[in-house]
Write a protein that binds this ligand. Structure first.
Ligand code: PEP
Length: 257
């Protein structure tokens, strides 16, 4: 049975001291929902402080990106060794990294392999732009991103990856995908692509999140979908009450197959 996973991507928000206040405001409530995995992804500068606060709890801590090399002359980058000293998870290939910082399918794949090699749980983001959707290319684009991300991984490795389906037109816009459409892409594109690569058993154990304007209002319906195994939450994860409500909705949804 898949365990739902809810991750809050704080993006470039919250100084270290602000991060402490945000975690303090939601930590105790988040800790109550142990039927789902809960992961906080603050900016790098806040990670050590947040790590101290979540130590001894079941809350996961994620980096928002990392480089794939262990160390060396890569000014400005963060290595898997640095990440794993504090974190359990790492976001890879977020659309904002792809759009603004030149992230490519090839680097996503290298980062994914590095994360797995270092025992980090990777959350790999895929999703189409509005233009691609309007051109009828959603399926081929998302399937291509999934294939490229997983290239060279064994079935066992692939089963340990979390894929976040995040239509770019839904991120930060307030226009979430309908639950039916998110379910369709998660099942018929993401899970089906993984089934084509590794077989049904691996596909059934892979966790797929939906991301894109998830709120306390739409979370219950999204989380009730059979192939949506959680959410990657941006804006709403910056408000303690909203993130707790989204986690609560996921915890209350029917158990996954
Ligand atoms: C995200 O940052 O991955 C995201 C889905 O953002 P938002 O929830 O704000 O749309």
């Amino acid at each position: 049975m898949r365990k739902r996973i809810l991750a809050g991507n704080w993006k470039m928000n919250k100084t270290a001291s602000e991060a402490v206040a945000l975690v303090a405001a939601m930590k105790d409530e988040l800790c109550q929902f142990s039927s789902v995995d809960r992961v906080l992804c603050p900016p790098f500068m806040a990670i050590p402080e947040v790590a101290r606060l979540v130590a001894g709890t079941e809350l996961g801590l994620g980096a928002q990106d990392m480089y794939w090399k262990d160390a060396g002359a890569f000014t400005g980058e963060i290595s898997p060794l640095m990440v794993k000293e504090f974190c359990t998870h790492v976001l890879i290939g977020h659309s904002e990294r792809r759009e603004h910082f030149g992230e490519r399918d090839e680097s996503v794949n290298l980062k994914l392999k590095a994360a797995l090699a270092h025992g980090l749980i990777p959350v790999v983001c895929v999703g189409e732009t509005l233009a691609l959707r309007q051109e009828g290319r959603t399926e081929s684009w998302v399937a291509g991103q999934v294939r490229a991300a997983l290239a060279g991984l064994s079935g066992e490795q692939a089963a340990g990856v979390v894929i976040a389906y995040e239509p770019i037109w839904a991120i930060g816009t307030g226009l979430a995908a309908t639950a039916a459409e998110a379910q369709r892409v998660c099942k018929e594109v993401v899970r089906a692509t993984v089934a084509g690569l590794y077989g049904q058993a691996v596909a059934e154990s892979l966790r797929i999140q939906y991301g894109g304007s998830v709120t306390p209002a739409n979370a219950p319906e999204l989380m009730a979908q059979a192939d949506i195994d959680g959410a990657l939450v941006g804006g709403a994860s910056l408000k303690a009450a909203d993130f707790v409500a989204i986690v609560s909705a996921a915890a209350q949804a029917q158990p996954l197959a």
